[in-house]
Design a protein around this ligand. Structure first.
Ligand code: ZN
Length: 282
């Protein structure tokens, strides 16, 4: 469990991004029009934010084990072929995949809007969350991430005339108590689509490409939708988006967070499938 340890050395967490995510590198890479968005791969919680949570120690480690899309940043990597934006903190700090306005966010009813107030099994995650504290968290962590994503999309549109966002996630093989879909049998890969931003060719290509290695693929189950920055959402049809969710049991031990022996091969297959989807888009 040592790899679930919290980060305490994040003087400015939002500058601690990987090699693809400094702004200059992003602009150079985005000429292909492809953006990999990976919002849930990190377990890092700044020490000052961890003190605001009501769980710690083993309980927090277990919650991170359930909620983190561990290794998604390794699975979704196309090298120089795509810009990449990895949220550098845990979704327990803020969740950049959720709508900022709780009235638009279905998971807010579960206490899991952009700032979570409950754990995946419904226990309190924060002792209190007033309006000012929620706003502070959004302005500090959520807004800069979305501004960066919007900038990447604008650059892609300027340089390529289109933009394809591949929203990369993984999911537990059994439903979490908070999940809207509680069916016990889950696919190997879930493709999430948006009626405005996922054209038919992109949906068809993605399902075929992920079925090719023999994986069971389902559309919008157990998770639906895909990420589009708000200023383009349902407004600009040149912004394509597709969500790819990989069943964690394909590549990791979900009890210990260790990689499985075959995880390297799974990673290579996913990368080659992503490359095929990108080739179809270019
Ligand atoms: Zn996720």
């Amino acid at each position: 469990m040592d790899r679930l340890a919290l980060a305490t050395d994040l003087p400015d967490a939002l500058t601690v991004l990987d090699r693809h995510t400094s702004i200059g590198a992003d602009i150079a890479h985005v000429t292909a029009g492809i953006i990999l968005h990976i919002p849930h791969a990190s377990t890092k919680i700044p020490a000052n934010e961890a003190t605001k949570l009501t769980i710690s120690g083993e309980a927090l480690a277990q919650e991170l084990l359930r909620m983190t899309d561990r290794y998604a940043d390794e699975l979704f990597d196309l090298g120089e072929q795509a810009a990449r934006l990895v949220f550098p903190l845990s979704r327990l700090v803020v969740d950049p995949e959720r709508f900022a306005d709780d009235t638009n966010e279905p998971m807010a009813a579960e206490g899991m809007g952009a700032v979570y107030t409950r754990t995946s099994d419904g226990r309190p995650l924060r002792s209190s969350l007033d309006t000012e504290e929620r706003q502070r968290l959004l302005e500090r962590y959520y807004v800069p991430h979305h501004e960066r994503l919007e900038q990447l999309v604008r650059e892609a549109l300027q340089t390529s005339g289109y933009c394809l966002i591949i929203d990369g996630h993984s999911f537990p093989s059994s439903p979490l108590p908070c999940d809207l879909d509680q069916a016990p049998l889950r696919p190997d890969v879930c493709i999430g689509t948006d009626p405005f931003h996922t054209p038919e060719w992109l949906q068809r290509t993605s399902v075929a490409a992920f079925s090719d290695p023999g994986w069971r693929v389902e559309l919008n189950r157990p998770y639906a939708g895909s990420m589009v920055p708000s200023s383009f959402y349902r407004k600009d049809a040149r912004v394509y988006s597709i969500m790819v969710e990989v069943n964690r049991s394909l590549y990791m031990n979900e009890q210990t967070a260790e990689r499985l022996a075959g995880s390297g091969e799974v990673c290579r297959r996913i990368q080659s499938v992503l490359a095929a989807i990108v080739a179809a888009a270019c």
